[in-house]
Design a protein around this ligand. Structure first.
Ligand code: ADE
Ligand code: ZN
Length: 335
């Protein structure tokens, strides 16, 4: 990796905090919490990181969450991510967590939210990264379950800025969650949803029209529908693309086959993100480096992608202004 990808000031908009649990930290937390994992050594655990599709990854991702027990575990995981994000040039991060996955294991909302929020509260001071927290709901669970958890988050005044929709996409369309998104909109929350990762382009259209989302997570299968592409360009709908994730989960065969260059060329509002960096071979700087190696785009496309990430964030206009100024300085320094 050159220093260019790391110094490029950027926002990360698609990041699952549980997907930042590195194998070393999983084993350390298992040890301190007295949890016996099915793969108790680094070697045996690392051997599980070959995925055939989204579900094969989700199985390991949910299993590894078993080590997250205390507020300190959630705070440590979050700080470890922020440290790595800082090294990757991230200035603002919008971080998803999966409350239902923790509740299902008997971990209270206050534990998960309290630990993550504690780390985020000092993120600007500790790492120079402004943050926002997004509660992501599991689309392979019922809407009633999601609504119940959203009400609990609202009742405890959890410091969330929005809701998202993640987990197994195919067979769990946006139409299943119309009431959930209506409730979140009424509560003044931002709305995002995974769509068009493994699922069809029509899920992207439905996430926009039925759920009213402001951003689409992934959205790569949009390119299969020219009318949708034209709409996404016209409306400048942000798509938070995660190239290394798509390769590792076999949404694309190789990085060379990734639709991102076509999406950039078409004028779509795409950003580059890491999704679950501990599982997919690297943080956002590594994603940028892999793209540069494959497509040799140079500084101007990197600037466009970083600029898209800043304008598509839910940061305040003042914060966006600061980040744009930093990006301008970066561009000037490229010569
Ligand atoms: N949960 C964590 N990572 C995910 C992804 N890439 N797609 C859907 N759900 C997820
Ligand atoms: Zn994701």
């Amino acid at each position: 990796m050159t220093t260019q990808e790391l110094t490029l000031p950027k926002a990360e908009l698609h990041l699952h905090i549980e997907g930042t649990l590195e194998p070393e930290l999983i084993l350390e937390m298992a040890e301190r919490n007295g949890i016996v994992l099915p793969f108790p050594t680094l070697e045996s655990l690392r051997a599980q990181y070959e995925f055939t599709d989204l579900q094969s990854f989700l199985n390991l991702y949910y299993a590894n969450m078993a080590v997250l027990i205390t507020e300190a575990d959630f705070a440590d995981m979050t700080r470890a991510y922020l440290r790595r994000a800082q090294a990757a040039g991230v200035r603002h991060a919008e971080i998803m967590f999966d409350p239902q996955a923790h509740l299902a294991r008997g971990v209270e909302l206050t534990t998960a939210v309290g630990g993550i929020a504690a780390a985020l509260a000092s993120s600007e001071a500790d790492f120079g990264i402004s943050t926002g927290l997004i509660a992501a709901f599991l689309r392979d669970e019922s809407e009633a379950s999601a609504l119940e958890v959203l009400e609990a988050l609202l009742a405890m005044e959890a410091p969330i800025i929005g809701i998202g929709l993640d987990s197994a996409e195919v067979g769990n369309p946006p139409s299943k969650f119309v009431r959930l998104f209506e409730r979140a909109r009424k509560a003044g929350l931002h709305l995002v949803a995974h769509a068009g990762e493994e699922g069809p382009a029509s899920y992207v259209t439905d996430a926009l029209d039925l759920l009213g989302v402001e951003r689409i997570d992934h959205g790569i299968r949009s390119v299969e529908d020219p009318a949708l592409v034209a709409r996404l360009v016209a409306e400048q709908v942000p798509l938070t693309v995660c190239p290394l994730s798509n390769v590792r989960l076999r949404a694309v065969n190789t990085l060379a086959d990734h639709p991102l260059p076509r999406m950039v060329e078409a004028g779509m509002n795409v950003s580059v993100n890491s999704d679950d960096p501990a599982y997919f071979g690297g943080y956002v700087g590594t994603n940028f480096a892999a793209l540069e190696k494959e497509f040799a785009w140079g500084a101007s496309v990197a600037q466009t992608l970083a600029s898209n990430s800043i304008r598509s964030s839910f940061a305040s206009d003042a914060r966006k202004g600061e980040m744009f100024a930093e990006l301008d300085s970066w561009v000037a320094a490229q010569g």
